[in-house]
Design a binder for this molecule. Sequence first.
Ligand code: HEM
Length: 319
Amino acid sequence: MPSFPKPKIPDAVVPPPLRKPGKPGSGGTPKGQAPSDLKETPERKTAGDKLLDVGKEAPIDALGWVDQRLAASGFLTGMLFRKVPKGTNWFYTLGSATLFAFIVQAVTGVFLAMFYTPSATQAYSSIAHINNEVPLGQLVHGMHKWGSSVMVILIFLHMGRTFFFGAYKYPRELNWVIGVVLLILTMTMAFTGYLLPFDQRSFWASIVGININGTGPVVGPYLSDFLRAGPELGATTLSRFYAIHMLLVPGAIIALIGAHMYLVVKLGTTAPPWVKAERPKVAAPVSQLDAGANGNGSVNGNRVNGAPVDGEGNGGSAL
Ligand code: HEM
C-alpha cells in the first residue's frame, strides 16, 4: 500500500506547551518580536463579562470563605478518602442504608406533621385527609409507613453484619453499645408511631404493646404506666406517644448517629474475619544482612530476629 506523507499539523491547533520550539532566527516571527502566543492579547472585557466572571466564581468563593473559617475541608477529605480494609463488601453498606432509611423517615415525617392533628377526636380524620385530599399525601404517608418497617429490617441486618464480622470487639465496644441504644430507640419510634393513626388496629395493638412492656422485670409496671399516661389508653396516651415520636426520640437518634459515625470514621471499619493481616514488610537489620552475607546467619525471608514472618499474620483485626 502506498504511504502518504504525514500532513503537517497547523501550529494554531497545537496547544502552546506542545509546540516545537522554532530554530533561532526562524519561525516567521520578525526579529526582536516575541512569538504571537507569548504576546499579551489585549483582552477587552465588557462590564457584563466581568460581572458574569464574578458570578461564576461566587459559589466557590463562598465555599472558600466558609471553609477558611471552619477548616472543614481537612476533616471532609480525611473522612471521604479514608482507607477501608481489604475485603470490604456489600454487607458494609447496611449501616449507610439504615442511615438513608432514617433520613427518609425524617423528611416524610416533617411533611406528615404539617397535616396531622394529634388529638383523639381528629387524628383519624387528619390521616384520612392526608390520604384522600392532600396532593401526594398517600405517597408520603405510604413511604413513612413502609419505611418504618424497612428501617427496622435494615437495622437488624446491620447489627447482624457487625456481630458476625466481630466488629463489636476492641476497640469498637462503645460503638456497639451506642448501636444497641439506637436499636431500642428505632423500635420505640416504630411502636409510638403505630398509635398515631388512632384507628381500631392501632388502638388495640398499642394496648397489647403497653401490656407487654408492663410484664418487664422491676421497671415494667412503671414503664407501662408512663406510656399509657392514665388509667386507660386515650387522649393523653396519644399526646404522649406523639411527643415521644416527634421530639424526644428523633433528637436522641440524631445525636447518637452523630456519635456512631464519629467513631466509625475515627476507628475505621473492621476487616471481614476471613481476611488475614498481611505480613509486615520488615527491613532486616544491617547487622543480620552482614551475617547472612558471611554465611554466619540466616536471613532467608522467613525469619527476622527469630520470629517467623512468612505466615499469614496472627489473624488479628486489620485495623
Ligand atoms: C440508626 C441506626 C444505625 C445507623 C444509621 C448506623 C450506621 C452505621 C454506619 C454507616 C456504619 C459504617 C458502615 C458499616 O459498617 O455499615 C456503622 C458501623 C457500625 N455499626 Fe451502626 N448504625 C446503626 C445502628 C447500629 C446497631 C443497632 C448496631 C449494633 C447493635 C451498630 C453497630 C455498629 C458497629 C459495631 C459498627 C462498626 C463496624 C465495623 O467496624 O466494621 N449500629 N453503623
